[in-house]
Design a protein around this ligand. Structure first.
Ligand SMILES: [Zn+2]
Ligand SMILES: [Zn+2]
Ligand SMILES: [Zn+2]
Length: 182
């Protein structure tokens, strides 16, 4: 095991585990220098001091979330994908489909790996492949590349993929509308 990762908060001065510091790419060492509790207290006070700006900021972020959600739902095939994922989820839940504890590509076991129900074909909701998150990402990058080639576009992701350890990419959760989910 690595040595216990802790850090002293620059605001309250307490030593806390790294997880108590919000990840932030722009900060030194990739995390904010104030602990979560201090940041929350600061934000609460800021909202109290700037009620108008706080309300405006809230409305803005709400609008953005809403636009994002709508864009996601309007993507081609979104309805069919949603139906397939939902069907597979309940099929496993109710025992119609067996559950698995290992990735069908690399054999990573869950836990600690998280397994997804991948659909090779969304129009066949009950045909699923259990993949760990990493293999699932790779599979969709591969499928995207294939599709791009078929459409005559150049592959943006050439050379991407190939994962080694499962622990290394945790926390690399990026929420993009193109994130594969099923
Ligand atoms: Zn603090
Ligand atoms: Zn895997
Ligand atoms: Zn998938």
């Amino acid at each position: 095991m690595a040595k216990a990762a802790t850090r002293r908060c620059t605001k309250c001065g307490k030593v806390k585990p790294l997880t108590e510091y919000q990840p932030d790419e722009r900060s030194l060492a990739g995390r904010l220098r104030r602990c979560r509790a201090c940041c929350a207290a600061y934000l609460r006070q800021w909202r109290r001091d700037h009620p108008e700006r706080a309300r405006a900021a809230y409305r803005r972020s709400n609008r953005r979330r809403r636009a994002y959600r709508l864009a996601y739902r309007r993507r081609p095939g979104a309805r069919r994908k949603h139906y397939a994922r939902n069907t597979a989820y309940w099929a496993v839940k109710t025992g119609i489909l067996p559950t698995r504890t290992a990735c069908e590509h690399c054999g990573a076991t869950s836990p600690p790996a998280r397994l997804h129900r991948h659909h090779p074909d969304y129009s066949d909701p009950l045909r699923i492949v259990w993949l760990c998150t990493l293999c699932h990402g790779e599979e969709h990058r591969r499928l995207n590349d294939e599709r791009r080639k078929a459409e005559g576009r150049s592959s943006k992701r050439a050379g991407a993929g190939g994962h080694t350890a499962h622990a290394t990419r945790r926390g690399d959760k990026r929420r993009a509308p193109g994130k594969p989910r099923g």
